[in-house]
Ligand binder design. Structure first.
Ligand code: PLP
Length: 568
């Protein structure tokens, strides 16, 4: 047997895995992401770089981003295109490929961005760009707006990502690819290109495809009318009958397409796997629980403390498990400094003074109905009573509503209305422009991280993991990752029913019960611990880091993808 040095086997210029995602959060000021899915993709690649995996990623350029959010003093959101210059961050490749859309050849270029680990590992990311000379004006718009436009626009983007993406990695000379990982169904059209290239060898395609589903909400899965598909896709290469065989008879369901042609499929938390199997019976949808990239999401103040006490945690965050032995005063001081930094930003943005000695709740995520941002305001009389009996509370909100999500926009407005109604009795601010920077500032600068989704709609949730890394305990409905990370009074607190007590498709309105539980835990457990038993509080902060920071990482997650999905 011939032995080779490992560097010869794993050449970074010859990736084995291609990772496809409609959005990737490369860095805070590159607006190629809308929220959790994109941040997860970015954190996945950052961990892959730490691990020096032979992996390459493909996405779209999104030259106008998702959108920049502004909110007027009455709480009305408006949207502007994001402005950024790709050439400031990445390099335009000489290669071009093309896809057929409505019978036209649409030429695609690609930008190369590098994700670099502190240990030197590099993951190349290629962003497809249809704004190429020679393309018709309408086609040049196709890689401009993330989740913008109508169904036709979305399908065209998915053709570019899936089919164009496979053509791109081929043209780049990546001929050792063994796995194609679809991060959500947006990328599932890549299976059609792989089928074509293999003369419809279904088994071969399954062998190379890996699929991760991200939403337990049926409406969240992309579906396309076959009339639309017929008018847009290259039917010569991709006959509708063949698509129907894998993607469903009545409409093209991208999740079904991916499930049918992937040898490994997974959901993003244990509970989400159960919910997904219920939604798509007959498929073995396994669970690989999400994580976050520790070095990206730990605030500077705490990172400095970790550097002093924990070995190599930035690359190997399993070492965060030893955080329990860090002296309490160092954790507390670092946290208070992060808190002051957040409050300075609040002052700059809103001219409201927040007091670092007052217990502060953070809530930031996509503004949409099921996330129930307003739940803590369900009974304002009771909230005032809690504050009177147990101590002051300040609350910080952030989050963007999709431009077409009226309910999400109403939720933002409601926060502004309640802030006025409370008149400073409980301070409430909403910070506009939620992005990675603001997320990091918030998850490290508040005292507790609140999450109140309607069960079972939170597939995983990752902002709570970011909070845990920063010693900020979670106070959340038991759904998604928190079912796995929750240990009552040890890593934080649950809200409402245990997951075993609610049925899978329970969208039953439990606002009353959940709100009651929020108020009573605040009054009798959380506020008394924070204000009167500070040692116990800091112990919980350390537990959050040691139990949850060490486990809910993309390092652990990517290693699971390697052992379960990539090498199988
Ligand atoms: C982490 C993050 C999210 C995802 O948070 P969830 O808890 O999953 O909703 C969304 N947006 C930004 C900017 C983030 O950093």
């Amino acid at each position: 047997m011939e032995l080779k040095k490992i560097e010869e086997v794993i050449e970074p210029t010859h990736p084995r895995i291609a990772y496809f995602s409609m959005e990737i959060a490369l860095q805070s000021d590159i607006p190629t992401y809308s929220g959790g899915l994109g941040v997860l993709a970015g954190d996945t690649l950052r961990a892959a770089a730490d691990l020096k995996l032979p992996l390459v990623a493909v996405s779209l350029l999104h030259a106008e981003g998702y959108f920049d959010q502004s909110v007027d003093p009455d709480g009305n959101q408006s949207e502007q295109p994001s402005k950024w210059n790709p050439a400031d961050f990445m390099e335009l490749m000489p290669n071009d490929v093309s896809v057929k859309i409505e019978g036209r050849d649409v030429k695609l270029k690609a930008w190369r961005y590098e994700i670099e680990s502190v240990n030197g590992g590099i993951i190349p990311v290629f962003l497809l760009d249809a704004d190429v000379e020679g393309n018709e004006e309408q086609d040049r718009q196709l890689t401009k707006r993330l989740y913008g436009g109508d169904r036709s626009y979305r399908l065209k983007q998915e053709i570019i990502l899936g089919i164009g993406g496979v053509r791109l990695v081929e043209s780049l000379g990546f001929d050792k690819l063994e796995k194609f990982h679809m991060n959500e169904g947006h990328a599932s059209l890549l299976t059609l290109e792989l089928l074509k290239d293999s003369d419809n060898n279904e088994e071969l395609v399954k062998d190379v495809c890996v699929f991760t589903t991200h939403t337990p909400v049926a409406a969240g899965h992309d579906k396309f009318d076959y009339n639309l598909v017929q008018s847009i896709i290259d039917t010569e290469n991709f006959p509708i009958d063949l698509i129907k065989k894998y993607a469903g008879d009545s409409e093209l369901n991208t999740t079904q397409l991916a499930l049918n042609l992937s040898g490994f499929s997974n959901a993003v938390a244990k509970k989400h796997s159960v919910v997904s199997k219920n939604m798509f019976p007959g498929y073995n949808i396994r669970a690989i629980t999400n994580g976050i990239h520790s070095n990206t999401w730990t605030c500077d103040e705490l990172a400095e403390v970790f550097d002093k006490h924990l070995e190599d945690w930035r690359v190997d965050p399993f070492n965060l498990r030893s955080a329990v032995v860090i002296p309490s005063n160092e954790i507390w001081e670092a946290h208070q400094n992060a808190k002051r930094r957040l409050f300075q930003v609040i002052k700059e943005k809103t001219d409201i003074d927040y007091d670092p000695e007052i217990f502060t709740i953070g809530f930031a995520r996509r503004a949409t109905g099921y996330k129930r941002a307003h739940l803590i305001f369900h009974d304002l009389k009771r909230l005032r009573e809690v504050v009177k009996n147990a101590g002051n509370i300040q609350i910080v909100f952030a989050g963007k509503a999709h431009p077409n999500d009226g309910e999400g926009k109403d939720n933002i407005k409601r926060i502004y209305d309640v802030a006025k109604e409370l008149g400073g009795e409980v301070k409430v601010v909403f910070l506009e422009g939620y992005d990675m920077d603001l997320a990091k500032l918030m998850v490290s600068g508040v005292d507790v991280w609140l999450n109140t989704p309607m069960r079972p709609r939170e597939a995983s949730g990752t902002s709570g993991m970011k909070a845990a890394h920063n010693g900020v305990p979670n106070f959340s409905v038991l759904d998604g990752w928190w079912i796995e990370g929750h240990a009552e009074n040890i890593t934080g607190w649950g809200i409402g029913h245990k997951p075993t007590e609610v049925s899978l498709d329970a969208d039953a309105n439990v606002d009353d019960e959940d709100a009651k539980d929020i108020y009573s835990k605040l009054e009798y457990v959380i506020l008394p611990t924070y204000y009167s038993r500070r040692d116990e509080w800091i112990h919980i902060m350390k537990n959050a880091i040691a139990f949850n920071g060490s486990f809910f990482t993309t390092r652990r997650m990517v290693l699971q993808y390697v052992s379960k999905a990539y090498i199988r």
